[in-house]
Design a protein around this ligand. Sequence first.
Ligand SMILES: *Cc1c(COP(=O)(O)O)cnc(C)c1O
Length: 355
Amino acid sequence: MYSLINRLARPELLTMTPYQSARRIGGSGDIWLNANESPFCNTEPAYNRYPEFQPQALIDNYAAYSQLDTAQVLASRGADEAIELLIRTFCVPGKDKITICTPTYGMYAISAATCNVAVNEVQLTSDWQLDEDLANKLGDSSLLFICNPNNPTGSTISVDTIEAIIQACSERCIVVVDEAYIEFSPQLTSAKLINQYTNLVVLRTLSKAFGLAGLRCGFMLSNEYLINLVKKVIAPYPIPAPVGDIAAKALSPDGISLMRNQVATLNTLANEFTQSVEKLEGVEAVYPTGANFVLVRFNDDSWFNALAKQGIVVRNQSKVPTLERCLRFSIGDSEEMKRLTQVLTETAKQLAPQI
Ligand SMILES: *Cc1c(COP(=O)(O)O)cnc(C)c1O
């Protein structure tokens, strides 16, 4: 059942025993002298003890939220760490490679580069869908990264399309679906396919919809066998105790409903922003988004500086192949969006050809 995983994983991991930290070996008793911790509590709450390897409350809450088993969930230091862990688990440096579908999130290629792993780029189509022949363009990649909704385009891919590529790759590579923005388009999640396909990994984060970018907490979702392999690679205590506590609270029923209300607000603001910017002179395209940002293509490269002069900082995408003259706007609160729309409207007037 897991023969593909066994074939693709770095061979030395298969036979390796994970590091047995004091916390993981555990024990029972009331005098704990097994981890060289200090007996003194210098803070309130106390942090003199090592945290749980995977904080139980956090994993329970995320499993309930994602409708999976706790054994199918791994918490990490942001989704970024999960990306690197997958590369370290499945790619032999200097030998194996990954495939990414460009333009997309930059960290897949950066993580691969830091591990001396080659990157095979397959362009998305002109409307940012998966290349129809993607399955035949993977070479012998160990991992295929698909970002859905995609950063920085905001474009989305249907679950059926993703399922088809997972099927087409079922004997060839692991498909990693990065769902950092899935809360803004929850109907598009592939997480429900995890019980059906052993070559699927879904990445999640608390950094976007949950409003906890400073916390550094993300999740890898997959079958238990793959998760256990990655547990051999991850640090012995990856989740700091206060992070585990705050994240578990954010994933309580109250935390989730707060997040859902905020997502509804941001989705409305994204629609309003799209409608008001579409009409402006000098705006060539406002691309549909499934995330909390909107990609806009302008008629020239002057807009980024015009916004900067007014104190508005956005992400310039114009150096990214196929994204010439594009800026990516994160959706802020209603005051921020009002000011942004005002400045864009004024800029459109100033830059418009004078008659
Ligand atoms: C923001 C982002 C991440 C990183 O998430 P962290 O949990 O903050 O590390 C991963 N993937 C995509 C597509 C992102 O946009």
